[in-house]
Design a protein around this ligand. Structure first.
Ligand SMILES: NC(=O)c1ccc[n+]([C@@H]2O[C@H](COP(=O)([O-])OP(=O)(O)OC[C@H]3O[C@@H](n4cnc5c(N)ncnc54)[C@H](O)[C@@H]3O)[C@@H](O)[C@H]2O)c1
Length: 268
């Protein structure tokens, strides 16, 4: 497979949730370039299959799996399929997530529940299932959660993602406590806090906030990018690079941490 192998992860196996597009797709591709067998999991089975084919066409090892992270039975099947196909499970990347634009005063219970279910409960269910297998396997493991800058700071009145922020704060909390509980099994649990990443999720935020403000499409994204010290929008690969590092032996003395990868946007 093209691309330099850097981290000595060859022969390991990973699950990446929400890997049918966007950041998850980039993470799956990056891990595959490191020689990792990757289960490309997504609620959209067609997109998962397409990404798995891309990886195989580039010489990597991939398994497509349709899985909704909010459904315990589908999560169990995702872990079982990975172990059946690759013979092991070393890395879980909890990446699946949704965000809904709604000021908190107008946030209805269905939208609150949907975001808490995918972002927080999904991380809980996938981590439980993967960690149980890793413990039985007895060779440690890595769990990397794609939280968000919104897991540390308020997105602000101009970006009304309050319930999303609450769910991502929950992801940071799950990372800290799972990190403490799983350390005895040499399973390291960390999360990433990204900034403004150029994906469909931000394209949607841009369109919806622009409509609320009566502003031009693209202007909300531009305003957000203007606040990034490094001066450019974040690419999915910027996140994937950090995931590869956190999966590696070079990151073996960190657990329960929330790492920023935000172009300098996040203050802590
Ligand atoms: N885009 C950003 O600026 C940004 C910034 C920080 C954090 N994040 C986080 O990164 C992750 C990926 O975001 P993205 O921008 O690539 O989003 P995206 O919307 O492009 O992709 C999300 C993927 O998750 C899948 N998904 C949604 N619900 C699911 C479920 N219940 N089960 C399984 N899969 C499901 C979707 O089908 C989709 O393929 C999310 O957790 C998001 O919150 C994104």
């Amino acid at each position: 497979m093209s691309g330099a192998v850097r981290y000595g992860l060859e022969g390991q196996a990973a699950i990446v949730t929400g890997a049918g597009r966007g950041i998850g797709r980039s993470i799956a591709q990056r891990l595959a370039r490191e020689g990792v067998g990757v289960t490309v999991a997504d609620i959209d089975g067609g997109n998962a299959a397409a990404v798995a084919l891309e990886i195989e066409a580039a010489g990597g090892r991939a398994l497509a799996q349709r899985a909704d992270v909010t459904q315990r039975d589908e999560v169990a099947a995702m872990v079982a399929a990975t172990v059946a196909h690759f013979g092991r499970l070393d890395i879980l990347v909890n990446n699946a997530g949704i965000g809904i634009i709604q000021p908190l005063l107008e946030t209805d219970e269905a939208s609150w529940q949907a975001q808490m279910d995918v972002n927080a409960k999904g991380t809980l269910l996938c981590t439980q299932a993967a960690a149980r297998h890793m413990i039985a396997q007895g060779s440690g493991g890595r769990i990397i959660n794609n939280a968000s800058g919104a897991g540390k700071i308020a997105p602000g009145a101009a970006t009304p993602l309050g319930a999303y922020a609450a769910s991502k704060h929950a992801v940071v909390g799950l990372t800290r406590q799972f990190g403490a509980e799983l350390a005895q099994h040499r399973i390291l649990v960390n999360c990433l806090c990204a900034g403004i990443v150029d994906t469909e999720m931000w394209a949607l935020i841009d369109r919806e906030v622009a409509a609320l403000e009566g502003a031009e499409v693209g202007s909300v994204m531009q305003r957000a990018v203007d606040s990034i010290p490094l001066g450019r929008v974040q690419q999915p690969a910027d996140v994937a690079n950090m995931v590869a590092f956190l999966a590696s032996e070079d990151a073996s003395y960190s657990t329960g941490q929330a790492f920023n990868v935000s172009g300098g946007m996040l203050p802590y």
